[in-house]
Design a protein around this ligand. Sequence first.
Ligand SMILES: Cc1ncc(COP(=O)(O)O)c(C=O)c1O
Length: 403
Amino acid sequence: MKHSSSPMEVIKRAEKVLMNTYTRTPLVLDRGQGCQVWDKEGKAYLDFTAGIAVTALGHHHPRVLETLKFQSEKIFHTSNLYHIEPQVALAELLTSHSFADKAFFCNSGTEANEGAIKLARRFGTERFGPDRTTIICMKNSFHGRTLGSLSATGQDKFQKGFGPLLPGFVFVPFDDLAALDQAWDETVCAVFLEPIQGEGGIRVPAQDYLKTVKQRCGERQALLILDEVQTGLGRTGSLFAHEQFGFTPDIMTLAKALANGLPIGALLATDEVARAFQPGAHAATFGGNHLVTAVARTVLSVILEEGFLARVQKMGDYFKGRLVALKEEFPAILEIRGLGLLLGLALDGPGKPLVQACLENGFLINCTQDTVLRFTPPLIIDREAVDALVTTLGRLFKEMGKA
Ligand SMILES: Cc1ncc(COP(=O)(O)O)c(C=O)c1O
């Protein structure tokens, strides 16, 4: 086996053996430390993607490494045929810091959402009869690529060619209560949405929208499923984004940042709802194994340390303030959106050239919906790094004639 190919060789080898599912940047990253990563040739980059909102504590975090080493030397995996102490400890930590009473662990965001769909349908049909299966979802949403989550995703481009999709999902515009009311009938078992649409272009709803959706769910005996896969675990400056909107969901899904890069997903629910799952109803072979839950517990403990979330909020406000100032200078910037360290810069044209120019200047950023630059740095990012990126963006806007 080859271990030290040049970047070009790696790219060529990839083309030969990997399915063509990603539009990858021709970059081979090799090493990371804090908010910096290095490519195979030793060039450094400041990481404003964090692996798409995953490495919240940055790369090579000492506490994560310590846990990984300790747990990997003990045991990785035994399956859920037996009890797993780190899984219990993680569930205790998650439930004691959220609305939820019960947790189920799986391996990714999409898998957590599959579990949420199943749980809501099981709850609805057991309690209200076999027709109670419809889930109201949002246009422009993103819930993942497996068929259930894909069926709940309100963007045609992800669904094209994969039909027939799962029946029983209806779509309404996000942040539109009248449309929600109109779509509702007696078959609805749940409303399923992200508190802030991430993949959909960092769209933050009006302050009372989510709270009102929850009220409607309460009045009409339906569940509110909240996908906090991208927004959860400190990303928006509170442990969960919904805390800033004054309501709690019935079911919540998490993944991404939970184990700082090891694959994990979590499904959380109130006791009443979780009771719809009985032994045999749902399972995952790898779900919540010793290694990943030990690491996730450490990650969550760090995020919960005094001052951590306040710092994310402060840094998010600072970053947003600097982007807003940039917008004043450059009319090509239409809007700055987001909360905490989940920020979007909406452009009047394609974002790809700026992503490429940032890369050449040593910054990893990302673009969603073609025109929205998305910033999801590690939550430990500092002012110096933010200043460096914003100064570079300003220079690039000038050079590209976008003033
Ligand atoms: C809100 C949301 N839900 C679900 C997913 C899917 O997560 P995964 O890629 O871990 O399956 C994503 C991924 O970007 C997401 O942003």
